[in-house]
Write a protein that binds this ligand. Structure first.
Ligand SMILES: Cc1cc2nc3c(=O)[nH]c(=O)nc-3n(C[C@H](O)[C@H](O)[C@H](O)COP(=O)(O)O)c2cc1C
Length: 394
C-alpha cells in the first residue's frame, strides 16, 4: 500500500485488506477492511502507533521503508488483539532498541497473544506521556472498547487521537479520509453493532472524554481517518444511547411456511400502526445486518418453529447473538408454530438472560395458523403499538 501523510510528521503506514470477507468469524465484511497503523515523528524520537495483522507484516515493513523510518523508539500497542499486534514480533526484531508501550493489562495480553518478551514492554497509566521532542504522546486507557486492555493515544500538539478500534469501520477504501458517506456510515454501524454495542455505557463515558479533548482528527485502527470527528461522534452518541427507535426487528425461520405466515401478518399489522418493521429470513439474512438493527430496535420478535422439542437452530443462533450483544430493546416476543409439543418459547427466553427486555405474550400456534389465529397476531401488534406509544415512539 502507499504511505500517506495525515499531518506533517504523521503518516498512515497500515495496509488495506480489500478481499477479507469475514472478521472474527462473527461479522461478514461486504467491503473488506484495513489494518491502520501510523508513524509519529517528533524532533527527537519516532513512534509507531499499532501494527497490522501478521499476514501483512511484510507489507507493513515495506511501508516503513517507503516512509524512510530507519529508527523506532516506541511502538504503541493501543490494543493487544492480533489484527493490530500481529507484526510486533517482526518489528521488535527489526528495531531492537524499540520499546512497546501499553497498559498493564495490555502487557499481560501481548505476552500471551503474540509472545512478546516482557522486557521490551513499557507500561503506561492514565495520562502518562512520552515526549518525542516537538510532539507528545499522551495515553488514555479506555478498557472495554472492546477488550479490557484498550487505550487510545493523543498527540496534543496536532490534536490527533489514535483511537484504535473505537470509531473504526471495516471498510477498504482508497481515500485516506472519511467522506461521511452512507457506505462508511453503514460500515461503522456494522462495526459498532458487533464490537461495541455490548459496552455502550462505557462508550458513552468515552465519547465525553474524547469530546473534551476536542480532537481535529480521529485516526482509528480500521477504516478511514475522521478529519471531521463530529460526524462519527454524533453517530456514536446516537447508537450508544439507551433510547430505542420506533422499530421492530423480526428474525425468523420457517420450514413449511407456518411461522412465515404469522410473520407476514405481523409485519402488515405493525406497518398499519405506523411502526417501522424489518423481517429477516434467517435462511439468508446476514447476522451482521440484523445486529445493526438491534442497535435501534425497541422490540425484537423471534419467529421459530419447534424442532426436536426446542427452537430451530437458526433461531437459537440469533437468540444467542442477541444475548451476547445485549441490545437496548425493551420488549421481546416469540412467535411460531409447533406440531405436537416442546419448549421453544421457554428455551428462547432462557437463551437471552442478559437482555433486560420485558417478555411479551408469545403467539405459539399448533400447525398452520388459520384466520382465527390472526387475532392473536393482531393482539401482539396492538400490544407492541401500545408499548411504543408509552415510550413516545409512535
Ligand atoms: C425435523 C423436525 C422436527 C420437528 N420436531 C418437532 C417437535 O419436537 N415438536 C413439535 O411440536 N413439532 C416438531 N416439528 C413440527 C414443526 O414444528 C411443525 O411442522 C411446524 O408447524 C413447522 O412450522 P414452520 O412451517 O414455520 O416450519 C418438527 C418438524 C421437523 C421438520
Amino acid at each position: 500500500m502507499v504511505v500517506r501523510e495525515i499531518l506533517p510528521g504523521i503518516e498512515a503506514v497500515g495496509v488495506i485488506d480489500w478481499h477479507r470477507v469475514a472478521f472474527d468469524d462473527l461479522m461478514d465484511l461486504p467491503d473488506g477492511t484495513t489494518y491502520n497503523a501510523y508513524v509519529v515523528r517528533g524532533s527527537e524520537k519516532t513512534a509507531l502507533i499499532d501494527t497490522v495483522e501478521a499476514e501483512f507484516d511484510e507489507e507493513y515493513v515495506t511501508n516503513l521503508i517507503r516512509a524512510k523510518v530507519d529508527a523506532v523508539d516506541y511502538i504503541v500497542a493501543n490494543h493487544a488483539e492480533q489484527d493490530h499486534s500481529g507484526s510486533l514480533p517482526l518489528l521488535l526484531e527489526l528495531f531492537p532498541m524499540a520499546k512497546v508501550v501499553t497498559t498493564e493489562k495490555g502487557k499481560e495480553l501481548l505476552c500471551s497473544m503474540v509472545l512478546i518478551d516482557e522486557e521490551r514492554i513499557l507500561v503506561v497509566e492514565d495520562r502518562d506521556s512520552i515526549s518525542l521532542g516537538d510532539k507528545t504522546l499522551v495515553f488514555y486507557p479506555m478498557p472495554w472498547v472492546h477488550w479490557p486492555e484498550t487505550m487510545v493515544t493523543w498527540v496534543p500538539e496536532d490534536r490527533i487521537l489514535f483511537s484504535c478500534d473505537l470509531f473504526g469501520a471495516h471498510l477498504a477504501a482508497s481515500p485516506l479520509f472519511s467522506d461521511n458517506s452512507c457506505r462508511l456510515h453503514e460500515a461503522a454501524m456494522r462495526y459498532y453493532a458487533i464490537i461495541m454495542q455490548p459496552f455502550r455505557s462505557k462508550i458513552r463515558e468515552y465519547i465525553d472524554a474524547v469530546e473534551s479533548l476536542s480532537p481535529a482528527i480521529i485516526a482509528p485502527s480500521h477504516g478511514p481517518v475522521h478529519n471531521n470527528p463530529s460526524w462519527i461522534l454524533s453517530l456514536y452518541r446516537d447508537w450508544s444511547s439507551e433510547e430505542g427507535k420506533n422499530l421492530v426487528v423480526i428474525p425468523f425461520v420457517s420450514m413449511h411456511a407456518s411461522t412465515r405466515w404469522m410473520v407476514e401478518r405481523l409485519v402488515d399489522a405493525l406497518m398499519q400502526r405506523g411502526i417501522e418493521v424489518r423481517p429477516y429470513d434467517l435462511g439468508t439474512a446476514s447476522p451482521g445486518t440484523i445486529a445493526m438493527d438491534l442497535i435501534d430496535a425497541t422490540t425484537i420478535v423471534i419467529g421459530s418453529p419447534t424442532v426436536h422439542f426446542g427452537p430451530h437452530p437458526k433461531a437459537a443462533h440469533i437468540a444467542f447473538l442477541a444475548n451476547i450483544l445485549k441490545p437496548k430493546a425493551r420488549y421481546l416476543g416469540v412467535i411460531g408454530s409447533f406440531g405436537w409439543g416442546g419448549k421453544t418459547v421457554q428455551s428462547l427466553g432462557d437463551m437471552m438472560p442478559k437482555l433486560t427486555a420485558e417478555m411479551l405474550e408469545p403467539v405459539y400456534i399448533k400447525g398452520k395458523p388459520g384466520e382465527q389465529e390472526l387475532v392473536a397476531v393482531i393482539n401482539l401488534a396492538d400490544e407492541i403499538y401500545k408499548h411504543h406509544q408509552d415510550n413516545h415512539l409512535v
